[in-house]
Design a protein around this ligand. Structure first.
Ligand code: PLP
Length: 289
């Protein structure tokens, strides 16, 4: 039954065992809460099968490694934990959230190598991330913050610290009636949205920012491969914001977002066009196959 996320019925997997949903708590002196030593995954289970679940488990371990945390679990053990949670809650279609963080322990300063690395998996039923915007074409604000340089933070990790400016930018976007915000990177090139990658279409060809400086989404990689397999030319390259003038269609990709058409970014408008609809339909078919 839905409600506040800390007050629901069900089971959560925590440090190797299932606990009651309301008992899945951490101490206030948890290192991850103070210093963002936390990484996570967002996954979707379709008709009883997590789409690319094993790849998500591997990415979780890699994100942890990039933050100097050794995962206490193998990818296979993480896969099993996710299955256990879905089964315990009776879900076949759900969003799955795995999170790994540095807990409380001997250390409560920046350095915390002696503190244990902990992990939890929760799942819940979750519909379309952008609600109605999904089919009308989402309206995006332009974030005032920039995606940071890989020299300043491990940008390949799906790490909590990278989401601070995402939350702030999404709040600002929603206050203006937008569903999300598009980030430029620190050099001024188009990067990604707050929780999804971005694609553009022009004259039957697809353009997407080169993902060497922000999260190279598992959905993004899936879509690029799907398009290439269909013989569509995909340009992964640096994209300047002024180029948005010339693109006809635009869409976002992500586990939560799936394939979401974009109708507007700032003052730029896009049609919810046939190629985007085709790609969204193909993706929908693939995740349920
Ligand atoms: C910042 C950001 N970029 C991109 C993505 C897309 O990643 P994926 O397709 O692996 O879900 C996400 C979603 O997790 C995200 O949070």
């Amino acid at each position: 039954m839905a409600g506040a996320y800390d007050n629901r019925d069900g089971k959560i997997w925590m440090d190797g065992k299932l606990v009651d949903w309301r008992d899945a708590n951490v101490h206030i002196l948890t290192h991850g809460l103070h210093y963002a030593s936390s990484v996570f995954e967002g996954e979707r289970c379709y008709s009883g099968k997590i789409f690319k679940g094993h790849e998500h488990s591997l990415r979780l371990i890699e994100s942890a490694r990039l933050l100097d945390m050794q995962s206490p679990y193998s990818a296979e053990e993480i896969d099993a934990a996710k299955e256990e949670v879905l089964k315990a809650n009776g879900f076949t279609d759900a969003y799955v959230r795995a999170v790994m963080w540095r807990g409380s322990g001997e250390d409560m300063g920046v350095s915390a190598a002696r503190n244990p690395v902990r992990m939890a998996v929760a799942a819940w039923e979750w519909g379309s991330y952008y609600g109605d915007a999904k089919w009308q074409g989402a309206k995006l604000d332009i974030a005032k913050w920039k995606r940071p340089s890989p020299e300043t933070i491990p940008t390949a990790a799906k790490a909590a610290g990278l989401y601070m400016i995402c939350t702030m930018s999404k709040h600002a976007a929603e206050a203006k009636g937008c569903s999300d915000a598009l980030f430029m990177d620190w050099e001024g090139y188009v990067a990604e949205a707050t929780g999804a990658n971005v694609f553009f279409i022009k004259d039957g060809e697809v353009h997407t920012p080169l993902a060497d400086r922000f999260l190279n989404g598992i959905t993004r990689q899936t879509i690029v491969q799907m398009l290439k397999d269909k013989g569509v030319t995909v340009h992964e390259r640096r994209i300047k914001p002024e180029e948005l003038d010339g693109f006809q269609e635009c869409f976002l990709t992500g586990t939560a977002a799936e394939v979401t058409p974009v109708g507007q970014i700032g003052d730029w408008h896009f049609q919810v066009g046939p190629m985007t609809r085709d790609i969204a339909a193909d993706y929908e078919k693939l995740v349920r196959s």
